[in-house]
Design a protein around this ligand. Structure first.
Ligand code: SF4
Ligand code: SF4
Length: 433
């Protein structure tokens, strides 16, 4: 069988075996529990709240509307009463305004969204964002200004530990394909490809079983991080390179995550808004699981549901270990972009002692974007942004491969995240002149 891949990348310890065969469980709730729903759960402007303290809301009701062209709606996960809107921890953004919802009953019959004439508007109404972690509002990606040749469905799930997409692919294969076919038909796209890494044989089998029923191409990809990066996936599946500063659409492609396809199918077919998602809870917990969770649930509840922590916990990561963020509080809620909660002990963490660069070149070999991290690091430390522009720091996808392989434990990706922001500001200002 043919296998597909890209240049660079790494093979970390995937640590997926604890949850890859665990069926998705549904988290239960009680009347009186409080959910915390941040008004920013997507790339772009925060949503604008439509509710105030003491308002009574129904499950599925829109409680915040898109706050700009790049933004998304938020819906209530339960029937409940609004306790107020106040600052609360967010997985990435520190403390931000969040809607506090007290559950008043557990009826899960949701208020359907209004189906709009345009497919994209229905997706926007449902508040769907990219569920692979990027959280870009999906309706924008579904409104391309030019013809799309390829729709690629991202089933790589290359981040270690995470298995939420894997389980969706095994348990909701048909819903995912039906969501993808909706996109394909509505946007008149000729080619539909599903890309899955070869460490998910049961997911591959589930899709193979549907090949006679629906028209799509299944591509089995090498298991290599970051195979699920959009640019890497496009290269691996159709051999096209997205040029610097360009989007997949510029090479005739749109990419959607498997969870996003399922959410699109449910919105379009059943009028269901996005107010829950599957989260992998793993690492040093008694019983790692994949759990269907309402948006706004504190991560402490997920950890408790998994039997609590084991050993001396040093760090909890929200998302995957390569690109995720350290939780600052156990009250941090699950948002639309939360794919995992990973509990780590001292022995699970790398030795953090940094030493001098020994010019071994491993970071250069590992970089999937063909960059030279060892040199970019020097320019980042010295804040030499013009040099960083020349060395294409804007192409860095912040995958962390360079930091992972560095024997001197240089915190390379951390430097590039900061430097990139500065460089992007400089380039924007230059473009406005
Ligand atoms: S974080 Fe950036 S520089 Fe480092 S390997 Fe990834 S793309 Fe390359
Ligand atoms: S991997 Fe680390 S030590 Fe090796 S060249 Fe890159 S920065 Fe230097």
């Amino acid at each position: 069988m043919q296998r597909y891949s890209f240049v660079g990348g790494i093979h970390p310890d995937y640590s997926k075996e604890k949850t890859s065969s665990k069926k998705i469980e549904i988290l239960s709730y009680e009347v009186g529990e409080v959910l915390t729903i941040p008004i920013s759960q997507h790339l772009g402007a925060p949503s604008k709240e439509l509710v105030k303290k003491k308002d009574i809301v129904n499950v599925g009701q829109k409680i915040a509307s898109a706050g700009g062209a790049v933004s998304s709606n938020l819906h209530s996960p339960f029937n409940g009463e609004i306790e107020g809107i106040s600052l609360a921890p967010h997985p990435i953004m520190g403390n931000i305004p969040s809607i506090k919802l007290r559950i008043t009953d557990l009826n899960n019959e949701y208020k359907k969204i209004e189906t709009k004439e345009k497919f994209q508007d229905t997706v926007a109404e449902a508040g769907i964002v990219g569920l692979g972690g990027a959280t870009f509002p999906t309706h924008i990606k579904l409104s391309p200004p030019k013809k799309v040749e390829y729709l690629i469905i991202n089933g790589a799930e290359c981040e270690p530990f995470l298995t939420c997409d894997h389980r969706l692919m095994v348990e909701y294969t048909e819903e995912i394909i039906l969501g993808a076919i909706l996109i394909k038909e509505k946007l008149n796209i000729n080619n539909l490809i599903v890309g899955i890494e070869d460490n998910k044989p049961d997911a591959i089998k589930s899709f193979e079983a549907l090949k006679g029923k629906y028209l799509f191409e299944l591509q089995i990809l090498h298991t290599k991080y970051p195979q699920g990066g959009e640019k890497q996936l496009i290269y691996s599946t159709i051999g096209r390179t997205v040029p610097e500063g360009k989007l997949p659409l510029d090479v005739g492609v749109i990419v959607h995550n498997v969870g996003t396809c399922k959410a699109i199918y449910e919105a379009f077919t059943f009028g269901k808004p996005l107010y829950e998602r599957v989260v992998t809870v793993t690492g040093a917990v008694k019983e790692p699981k994949n759990i269907l969770v309402k948006i706004g649930t504190p991560i402490s509840k997920l950890i408790d549901y998994c039997g609590g922590t084991v050993g001396d916990v040093k760090k909890i990561i929200i998302g995957g270990p390569m690109m995720g963020f350290a939780a600052t509080s156990l009250d941090t809620p699950v948002t639309k972009g939360t794919s995992g909660v990973i509990v780590l002990r001292d022995e699970d963490l790398y030795d953090g002692k940094k030493s001098n660069c020994i010019r071994c070149g491993r970071c250069i070999e590992a970089c999937p974007m063909g960059l030279v991290p060892a040199i970019m690091e020097q320019f980042s430390i010295q804040e030499m942004y013009e040099k960083l522009i020349d060395w294409h720091v804007v192409n860095c996808i912040e995958c962390g491969c360079c930091s992972y392989v560095c024997p001197s434990r240089r915190p390379l990706v951390g430097y590039f995240k900061t430097a990139k922001r500065q460089v992007i500001n400089i380039l924007r200002q230059r473009a406005q002149k």
